[in-house]
Design a protein around this ligand. Structure first.
Ligand SMILES: [Zn+2]
Length: 242
């Protein structure tokens, strides 16, 4: 299946926290969307690989994505090396996305920056014909996505552009809350973590409000692009006084 937009996250819930709104916006326009998690988040203090798998499936259903896969790399210890790049290249060639979304280039969790570089490097290498990969015994065609955009997760990074997600914001939050073991849950007996306090969820909401304020809408998600972004005309802009 060919996808229009493929979002990579190193941990199940990275995509929900950072770019699920855009996936919902594009899905509503009829685009094919997908999520690939690099790891099962097995080092997380709360929950287990198994509970996170169920939560990821529930979130995928809320987001209406066409595919969600897990590459089962080692949480905390995967590397940006040939073996891991080949794994990501195989996934990119399988789904031939026009746009890739991936982790923030640097963040509180060191996995995020490493994953960002791994996916961006693999997206480039995927376009080189002489790198041979197979999927189910079939040799894959080279494929290079047109754009790789980094979403913004924990550290406050300056986005190059933001996208209005006001219309889908409640649904995005539902997808985040599908991770009942990870985020604030008064019924949980597990140890409190950086992301399980009520303040954390509030900070996620406020982040999107802040990005929204930049363009005169209620909520937005921000992205960083290493490549220059072009427009057909000024019509694509939101015309608000800010
Ligand atoms: Zn993460």
């Amino acid at each position: 299946m060919k996808l229009d937009i493929l979002a990579f996250g190193v941990h199940p819930d990275d995509v929900e926290l950072s770019c699920a709104g855009v996936l919902l916006v594009e899905k509503a326009k009829g685009k094919k969307t997908g999520i690939i998690d690099l790891t099962q988040g097995e080092l997380g203090t709360r929950g287990t690989a198994e509970t996170r798998k169920l939560e990821a499936a529930a979130a995928a259903k809320i987001l209406g994505v066409d595919i969600r896969e897990n590459l089962e790399m080692a949480d905390g210890f995967f590397q940006n090396d040939e073996t891991h790049q080949r794994g990501v290249i195989t996934a990119i060639r399988k789904y031939q996305p026009e746009i890739i979304l991936c982790n923030a280039p640097s963040d509180r969790h060191p996995d995020h920056g490493r994953s960002a570089k791994l996916v961006a490097d693999a997206a480039f290498l995927s376009g080189l014909k002489k790198i041979e990969t197979t999927d189910g015994g079939t040799t894959q065609e080279a494929w290079r996505p047109k754009y790789v955009f980094h979403y913004i997760q924990d550290r406050l990074l300056q986005p190059n552009f933001v996208i209005d997600i006001t219309a889908v914001f409640e649904k995005k939050l539902d997808a985040v809350k599908a991770y009942g073991t990870q985020f604030h849950n008064p019924g949980s007996n597990e140890p409190q973590t950086y992301i399980s306090t009520p303040d954390f969820l509030e900070s996620v909401i406020y982040r999107h409000k802040w990005f929204g304020k930049m363009i005169g809408v209620k909520y937005a998600e921000g992205f960083i692009s290493e490549k220059m972004i072009g427009f057909d005309s000024f019509d694509g802009f939101i015309k608000q006084n800010t």
